[in-house]
Design a protein. Structure first.
Length: 481
């Protein structure tokens, strides 16, 4: 029987981020995937600003951005007549506090390739063709059985195996949700010919096509002109034809393309938009993350982003407990992430059902997500202004005194940030897992002391550093840690 500290089931974005971050922390983790390779399609193609910050911390954002592009301008068509053009995505200039203000278009397959390369750089690997068949747990660990007869024993396991999660089914965890839209949809990646009469500069939409809406979005690609097709069927009883011939016929019937313009269908799938939330995100030593925990409508581009942040919330906590932190630290994963997922599901559903186009921005960027009500959050300051940064909030970037904060936070450590207090006020902190940084007063923080968690949120804040050492001890950071 093979032994590991953490078994991760599913090598999508969730599993890859979790495995890479655990590898960065020196945790022995095994990532298994039922398929013979990484998912090949563009499905989750939008990376929101908060997710880009996570990817910056993980050291892959440059590669992700090189593989992607800004979102193109929308062009609305009526038959073969082009019409209104508009930006579905709000566009903002970078600032010191928010260096990546806009969504970034990167096909999911490319995002996964970059994450997989980073995992391998860190010494990790994916075991492909490993279909899970059974899962049992006891007080000390989890035993997983696979279709090839092999077994793995782990101290913890994480289900990152998608909306039809085998692990969730084996655990008997239900999902509460609803059908967002009964009309079936087809999504596909299509390579078109060079002479096809649609420019790569626009995201083309036929909202009034007789058989159902069509959206055709150009994708960054080094293998020709590739577009993501998203088509809805007006007939609720329709059975989408995902064959290459069926996809070509749909495009010819609803857009300005002819079948001859379809050079290749790279990937295709059908679905009905649904919103559902797992009844719980933890069962003993097994955790649910990503689509295994919450299923979204694709409207708003929230699913992959919420999933990546599940992984980042969980990874440092697993690593800490494996290193000796209190087991109760893991309770905060479910406490913090269920409310976030529930809120985002509501946003995605509202956008999907909107009778008029909704411009993407603001709440979709996920920069306002925080954990002020978490048991891990301790705010010791009183009489703060309403707009003050508080414990539980995202720790903003900036360059006070020439120190790039995101670079100071970058890595698997905690950071004690002293703002406008002088370096002499910094206490002696335990272990190598806490970095101390002193900077001048900075408007985004005001003045004071801020313990920034490994996932970039303020865990504790105070006017003085008194209490910081005790807080760290409560999350398992002690002398020698």
């Amino acid at each position: 029987m093979e032994m590991t500290d953490v078994l991760i089931v599913g090598a999508g974005p969730t599993g890859l981020v979790l495995a890479a971050d655990l590898a960065r922390r020196g945790v022995d983790a095994l990532l298994v995937e039922r398929a013979d390779g990484l998912f090949p399609g563009s499905r989750g193609k939008g990376l929101q600003p908060r997710t880009q910050e996570v990817l910056y911390d993980l050291g892959v954002l440059d590669a992700i951005r090189a593989a992607g592009s800004e979102y193109p301008t929308m062009r609305v068509w009526e038959g073969d007549v082009p019409g209104q053009e508009w930006d579905m995505m709000e566009r903002s200039e970078p600032s010191e506090q928010v260096p990546f203000p806009d969504g970034w278009l990167t096909p999911q397959a490319r995002t996964q390739e970059v994450l997989y390369a980073r995992l391998r750089e860190l010494g990790g690997e994916v075991r492909f063709g490993a279909g899970l068949t059974d899962l049992a747990q006891d007080a000390d660990g989890v035993t997983a059985s696979f279709a090839d007869g092999s077994t793995v024993r782990a101290r913890y396991a994480v289900a990152a195996d998608g909306g039809r999660s085998t692990v969730r089914g084996l655990l008997g965890i239900g999902m509460t949700g609803e059908t967002v839209d009964p009309k079936p949809m087809l999504v596909a990646d299509v390579r078109i010919t060079d002479d096809a009469p649609l420019p790569d500069t626009h995201w083309h939409v036929w909202p009034k096509a007789a058989e159902g809406m069509v959206a055709f979005c150009p994708l960054p690609s080094d293998t020709g002109r590739v577009f993501q097709l998203a088509a809805q069927y007006a007939d609720e009883s329709a059975l989408p034809d995902t064959s290459p011939a069926g996809v070509a016929e749909l495009l010819a019937g609803r857009t300005v393309l002819d079948e001859k313009h379809v050079a290749e269908v790279l990937w295709a799938s059908d679905f009905r938009a649904r919103a559902a939330l797992a009844d719980r995100f933890r069962s003993g030593r097994v955790f649910l993350a990503g689509d295994a925990a919450h299923v979204h409508s694709p409207a708003g581009g929230q699913g992959l982003n919420t999933s990546v942040q599940d992984a980042y919330n969980l990874s440092w906590k697993l690593a800490a407990v494996l290193a000796g932190a209190p087991e109760s630290l893991l309770d905060s994963y479910e406490e913090e992430r269920i409310p976030v997922a529930a809120d985002i599901l509501g946003v995605s559903t509202r956008i999907h059902r909107s009778a008029t186009p909704v411009r993407r921005g603001g709440e979709l960027r996920q920069l306002g997500i925080g954990y002020r009500e978490s048991a891990l959050t301790v705010e010791t300051r009183a009489d703060l202004p309403e707009d003050a940064l508080r414990a539980g909030d995202r720790a903003p970037d900036g360059r006070p005194g020439g120190v790039r904060l995101f670079d100071a936070f970058r890595g698997p450590h905690w950071t004690l940030l002293a703002v406008g207090t002088g370096s002499g006020a910094l206490p002696s902190l335990p272990g190598e897992s806490v970095r101390t940084v002193s900077v001048p007063a900075y408007a985004a923080y005001g003045t004071g002391f801020f313990l920034v968690r490994p996932d970039g949120y303020v865990g504790w804040a105070g006017d003085t550093a008194e209490g910081a050492v005790e807080y760290l001890a409560g999350v398992g950071v002690t002398a020698g840690a």
